[in-house]
Design a protein around this ligand. Structure first.
Ligand SMILES: Cc1cc2nc3c(=O)[nH]c(=O)nc-3n(C[C@H](O)[C@H](O)[C@H](O)COP(=O)(O)O)c2cc1C
Length: 211
């Protein structure tokens, strides 16, 4: 499928065929493809939880405005944005530094400088940590949706949920923000797909603030 076809094919589908399974290998594959998403300073501040168990999905649905797709989809991903990835000792930060040293782009004695640079970009204050984590994780989530569409899977992103309720119910540590939940499955072909939504035109998107 061409990328243009993927862009056109992806829809937020409301009805999932709960008899059509999605394998662990398919989920692994879309996550591995989405892992190619770029991120600022390559800090990749994203994680996902994979929910399949019906008790878990029942629990999540209650916290997600009772949206039926949460239990109808065979898999729901809780997409997490890590607000702490700028801290010294964080495995992703340290892996980046190690790779830069191995490539000859940094010297081992520049570790403090490197941590300081990450902190300046991402760790300065709570608002910066939140913005950095959620911005980069949003790109990752979009890649998940396109990778799923490329693999013949349907998705539905959701931010209609009780954020702190989900965090508590699934023991998610405080350092994570949850930008969205993502249902993954197959559209229920017995249902009618809602007509595509309008989009802003080029003229509406491009702005200029000159005088
Ligand atoms: C971050 C995000 C959160 C969303 N949250 C919800 C939601 O909680 N419930 C819902 O029914 N749709 C939700 N949507 C779906 C949007 O309404 C939908 O993507 C949009 O109307 C465009 O339709 P399309 O995805 O079919 O092109 C969400 C979409 C995004 C990107």
């Amino acid at each position: 499928m061409s990328f243009t076809d993927i862009l056109a094919k992806r829809r937020a589908v409301n009805f999932f065929d709960h008899e059509k399974e999605v394998s662990d290998a398919e989920i692994r594959s879309i996550i591995e493809k989405a892992a190619l998403t770029p991120s600022s300073f390559n800090l990749q501040p994203w994680n996902v939880m994979i929910l399949r168990d019906s008790a878990d999905k029942d629990k999540l649905r209650k916290l997600a405005m009772n949206q039926p797709k949460v239990t109808e989809a065979p898999v729901v991903l809780i997409v997490l944005a890590d607000r702490n990835g700028w801290q010294e000792g964080h495995p992703t930060l340290e892996q980046n530094f190690k790779q830069m040293v191995a490539a000859g782009d940094m010297k081992p004695e520049q570790h403090d400088w490197f941590v300081g640079a990450c902190q300046g970009l991402y760790g300065k204050d709570e608002a910066t940590q939140q913005a950095f984590a959620v911005k980069n994780t949003g790109f990752f989530a979009m890649s998940l949706m396109y990778a799923a569409a490329d693999a013949g899977l349907d998705t539905h992103p959701m931010d209609g949920f009780d954020h702190d309720g989900v965090r508590e119910a699934f023991n998610i540590p405080e350092r994570f923000w949850i930008p969205l939940l993502l249902c993954v499955g197959h559209f229920d072909q017995t249902k009618k797909l809602a007509p595509g939504k309008w989009r802003k035109k080029y003229e509406d998107i491009v702005v200029c603030f000159g005088d």
